[in-house]
Structure formats: structure tokens, C-alpha cells
Ligand binder design. Sequence first.
Ligand code: UTP
Length: 313
Amino acid sequence: MSVASNEPVLKAVIPAAGLGTRFLPASKAIPKEMLPVVDKPAIQYVVEEAARAGIDDVLMITGRNKAALEDHFDRHWELEAALERKLDDEKLRRVRKSADLGNVHFVRQGEPLGLGHAVLCAKAHVGNAPFAVLLGDDLIDETDSLLQDMIAARMRHGGSVVALMEVPQDQIHLYGCAAVEPIDGETDVVRVTSMVEKPAAADAPSNLAVIGRYVLDPSIFDVLETTAPGRGGEIQLTDALLTQATSDQPGGGVLGVIFRGNRYDTGDRLDYMKAVVRLAVRHGEIGSDFREWLLEWAGSDECNGLEQHQLTH
Ligand code: UTP
């Protein structure tokens, strides 16, 4: 049963063991989370987001291509020594940043048996405390405070928390979908009464999609251990959360925080390109030059005539 909780959220789990098939062939030899968004791999934005919420202990759930992820969050002594010799402080700062974000740990999922199974792989590391889950391919704009708002909601009401976003009805089949009811005195924090993974538009209980941020009560591990494979033969986190949503056991109950900011699924090619462009125009060094070029190019014959000579892939 959900009760207010003053336990802090100090650990984050970042599942990054999916196959990334939507981004093939780019994701064949490197995890899609390592694809650059302007000048940082997507996953670095996610670890930075956790750090902004006060979390400096991160466990990544990785698959067979984990080497690049491990190397990225480790020190690179030869590169640092070369930059020190050149007195290039700016590049030195950039190369060190990812290793200075906190303690990043890794565990292998072994087989990609689903997001629920990936989260279960974190059980020994997390222990008996609430924890955050951030999907490694989901970017939340750094000007938004979604994770902080979710942690605050958990402290007020207890239980677990999912992030929800309104999506057009014809896209709801791509997401987990939540049925919700209001909570007295709250705006944009709701109680989740039911959840369904990737429903057909006609069967969807709402237009509220579950996006890739969670704050979970540790009782979720017991639920995941007994959750049978669901949609696609995978152990679905949504199925375990559905059990939690209707549970009156300690740690049960699920809240939704409705997010109205910018979010990008960098595992999807179109969303990935939107993320690159949006973040590039705001970039401190190249932003204004890129924006100037983009505006000029958008008005050019090359851009506007593209339909006639659509490039093949
Ligand atoms: P996705 O639904 O994006 O699946 O997973 P995917 O396999 O990575 O990508 P596609 O659909 O084949 O292109 C959502 C998140 O859950 C992680 C993924 O790495 C991603 O961050 N995940 C998924 C795991 O860690 N393990 C799994 O078994 C499944």
C-alpha cells in the first residue's frame, strides 16, 4: 500500500541491452546508445540527467557490445596525457566529463529477454531502496525536471512512479498505455489504475503513453521474479507495474507524472534526427552557425526540390 516515503533515491539503472534493430546497420557493432547526438553519445545525456537529480550511482545493463559503453565512462589516460602535453584544457575537460559524472557500474543481461528482465538484473546492486530507471535511448530535454518531479511525487505518495506523455491516438500502439484517475490537490500527478503494453488504438484506455523514466519501489523485484513472459515473449516491466498498480501490499501503488516537455526516442531514426537538430541549434559553440546554415538550407532549391530526387538508402 502506498504511503509517503522520505527515503532518498540514490541509484539509477540504465537498461541498454536491447538489440536496437530499428537503427540497423548503425547499431550492428556498437550499442545505439553510443550514437552521437551532436558531440556526445546519447547515453551521456541520460547519465547527466541522473546526476542533475542527485544520483551518482549508475548501473548500466548491457548486452554483448558493451565495450564502447565501458570505455566511454572510464578514464582515457593516453588521450588525457596527449592533451595535457598540448595544454588543451578545453578538450581535456570534454574527455574527462563522462568519467567524472559518478560511479558507473555494469552488469550483463546475457539474453535480451525484455525490459522487465533487464531491470531484474539490477536486484543485487540496488538492494532494498527505491531507485530510478532511465532508458538509455530516451532523451529528456535538459531544461526539464522530469526525474526530480517523479522523485518528489514518490516522496509525497510512496509506491512507484511512471512518466506519462500525451501522444496522438494513432501512435499509442507504439507505447505502454496507462488508465489514470486524478489525485486531490495534485496537477500533473495522477494515480495509475491500469496499464497495457502497446495496445491497438481502439483498445487504448487513454492517450497517455509510458515513456522511459521510472522511479520504482524495490518491491518491484519480487513482482518481476514471478512475472511471466508477455507481449513478444519478453518479460515486460509494464506487466509488473500493472500488478503493482492494483496491489495493496507495502510498496504497491503506481503514480504517473504527466510530462509536457521535449522527449526524443533516439532509437528511432526520425526522432534521433530531430534530437540532433534541436540540440545542435542550441549548442554553445556551433549553434549559431548551424542555425544560420539550417535556415538558409531550408529555403534553398536543394531542400525544396528534394521530393523530385529523393535519395535512396
Ligand atoms: P526497445 O523497445 O527500444 O528495444 O527497448 P530495442 O531492442 O533496444 O530496440 P529495437 O526496437 O530493436 O530497435 C527499450 C529499452 O530497454 C532496453 C533497451 O536497450 C532500451 O533502452 N532493453 C530492452 C534491455 O536492456 N533489454 C531488453 O531485453 C530489452
